[in-house]
Design a protein around this ligand. Sequence first.
Ligand code: NAX
Length: 333
Amino acid sequence: MTDQLKVLVTGAAGQIAYSLLYSIANGDVFGKNVSVSLILLDIEMMQEALGGVVLELQDCALPNLKKITATCNVQEAFTDIDYAVLVGAMPRRQGMERKDLLKANAKIFKEQGKALENYAKKSVKVLVVGNPANTNCLIAATCAPSISKENFTCLTRLDHNRAKAQIATRLEVATSAVRNVIIWGNHSSTQYPDVRHATVSVGDEAKPVPLVVKDDAWLNGDFITTVQKRGAAIIAARKLSSAMSAAKAICDHLRDWHFGTPKGEWTSMGIYSNGSNYGVPENLIYSMPVKIDENGYTIVDGLEIDDRSRVRMDATANELLEERNEAMKFLSQ
Ligand code: NAX
């Protein structure tokens, strides 16, 4: 394993990055024996604020942090990077149509996809966080044809962690006792949080979550909507979108991708669908259960999908197909 990594974080002057950068720089993600060069990209208007983030990172006096580069230059940012954490995106403003949001972000992720193609290492691993995350990720992957589609992922780990925490809270157990929840589909309110294959540790035994919860109405109702609408609940309460929990989820995603998932466990990641798994259409970034080892990720196959799950999985796929059709119009412009 390499002992030096070049890690790009975009949207680096924003609120998620502010919670994220310390953990990456401190070795909590890639390990304490790896030195990290951080490249921080944000738009020109944010360079002064970004300079402040650099001052703070310096003042943390972190032994693993080899170098910090702050820039608004895309070529400088993407050159020879090992990881691209694409957090920066155009936020949805009041009165903005979904189409306008897709258009603004298609432009950003087209440019960044091309930059990955032209300047990054071919082995670069890409995590897209900026919304609409799945479709932004697909755009970047489309614009970087010489990089394997398997190197492009989007963040659904926050939704995964939310599902896990809801079950743990309900059963009054530690979150570590709950394993193998799944987020299917889009990082949006159509996502399908699925615990039919999840387990909870009771003593030395791992028991199926539905058997322990013993409340199918809750599992098929409030549990699902709570996870689907959690982002909106946080905005309503904080008047800002989730940042601390998003940063934690980004670290979890990157750590598992770098080191592998724990034995017997899977996680959820938005990944490229080639059309061969679970009836998910080809050429979408769709969240699925994956196990990761030194050879990369493998989709957990063979899980039984009941009729109710099928409907939910198709609904979120249909939303992604619509987003793709809309976004692809802007790619040729
Ligand atoms: P902020 O608005 O605080 O920060 C975004 C930063 O991105 C700003 O500093 C902005 O200048 C920068 N930016 C905009 N265009 C850029 C470009 N072309 N290149 C580089 N930087 C650019 O947002 P924050 O709260 O940090 O959220 C960032 C993104 O994460 C949003 O799109 C948000 O919707 C998304 N989220 C995704 C989540 C997920 O699970 N996939 C969860 C959390 C979050 O809601």
